[in-house]
Write a protein of this length. Sequence first.
Length: 190
Amino acid sequence: MYRRTRRAVVTSLLVSSVVCGGAVAFAPAAGAAFPAASCTVTPGPNDTYVVITGEGFTGPRKLNDGESTVDLAIGPDGTFRVQRFQKNVDYTVLAVNEDQNFIFVNCKKVGSAATPKPQNPQNTNPVQPGSRRDIAQGREAGTQAGAAAAKKSCETKPVADKSGQQHSDAYWQAWTQAANRAFNRVCNGR
């Protein structure tokens, strides 16, 4: 539903801009000196919110998240800054008037400078203080997987599917132990 709504908004903007002669908004004349408008979405330090910033815009503008549209306060220098708690959505800055440059600009997601994420988390030291939570999550997931595997068949022990999963070695060790324990408990109880 989200993609349909967004697609409908973008399609209607494109159609109206072409029909009303606003196609020049996408390719301004060579003599025009319009700065390029840009928008970025940056996660907050604890990944609990995002900060959306933009530059090169003329007001009035609206911010669309695929489900709702809100007014943006564009400063005299063409910039804006908004904080939102909807982290996993795509944001688009929309023009209000058809004669404005840059009818819509998709915001680009960037990483947070405050909390750099490791390039390859599997190469980090798996035994770190504070990994108790990671181990507890591994145990919980392993217990569920072991019981589910035993309900299907007591012939095949559960095997961790690590593809696409980025967890520490401690997590996977806890997962394996808990999965085997739950598997044996269900199968031996039959």
